[in-house]
Design a protein around this ligand. Structure first.
Ligand code: BG6
Ligand code: MG
Length: 219
């Protein structure tokens, strides 16, 4: 029986990819590094330190660990400042409707995001009220594709993985959901999330009705 839902944040509830891009781009420009939207796509669902690693690999650059952490912190300061522009108008189409619907039907709901800035993003959206549990980049040490963040959410909701549906837009996020034994809903193109149990192009299509129809024996 499905009793709960666990949501990734960036790319599922709201689209922060552009703000992450602008912050990484500002850092890359300052460092004289090459960075574009194509490389930014590879950072979807990837932790902050792994992200800077991907950008440095792309530029064939290596630096001492301390300096890498300082640069990642600098990017984060730019990113956090930009979060002030997020408003309750910035849900991805369909996301607020789905969260409202889940509340009305009494499902348990958790956040399972890699971001250490999740609570700030949720507050800007006025979305905190939709979640029983917040699992974010501060909750576990192993990031996606390890299933830890979703296992954390399920445990706090007092549910088993097979009682939860996970919504994810990142390849590594779908990997994490499957590794943990969750039912995975992929949001985005086949090439990225085609390995989910069911896939939708966007959140507008991923309604409770559609998910119930897909997993009909489990509701
Ligand atoms: C994920 C994003 O949700 O969070 C990644 O998709 C990001 O792009 C990661 O790098 C970590 O976010 P933060 O806010 O902790 O730097
Ligand atoms: Mg995401």
């Amino acid at each position: 029986m499905i009793k709960g839902f666990i949501f990734d944040l960036d790319g599922v509830i709201t689209d922060t990819a552009e703000l992450h891009f602008l912050a990484w781009k500002a850092l890359a420009d300052e460092m004289g590094w090459n960075f574009d939207r194509e490389v930014n796509e590879k950072l979807r669902g990837v932790s902050r330190l792994d992200s800077i690693g991907i950008i440095m690999d792309h530029n064939a650059v290596s630096l001492p660990e301390k300096e890498i952490v300082e640069l990642a912190t600098k990017k984060n300061e730019i990113y956090v400042a930009s979060l002030n522009q997020i408003t309750p108008e910035d849900y991805l189409p369909g996301a607020r409707e789905l969260l409202t619907h889940l509340r009305q039907e009494g499902f348990k709901v958790a956040l399972g995001s890699a971001s250490k800035n999740s609570t700030k993003v949720l507050a800007q959206l006025d979305a905190t009220k939709y979640f029983d549990v917040i699992g974010d980049g501060n909750s576990v040490s192993k990031s996606k594709p390890a299933p830890d963040i979703f296992l954390f959410g399920a445990e706090k909701l007092e549910l088993k993985p097979e009682e939860c549906v996970v919504y994810e837009d990142a390849e590594s996020g779908v990997d994490a959901a499957k590794a943990g034994g969750f039912h995975a809903v992929g949001i985005g193109p086949k090439e990225r999330v085609g390995h989910a149990d069911v896939r939708f192009d966007d959140m507008k299509q991923a309604t409770l009705f559609e998910v119930k129809s897909h997993f009909k024996d489990l509701f």
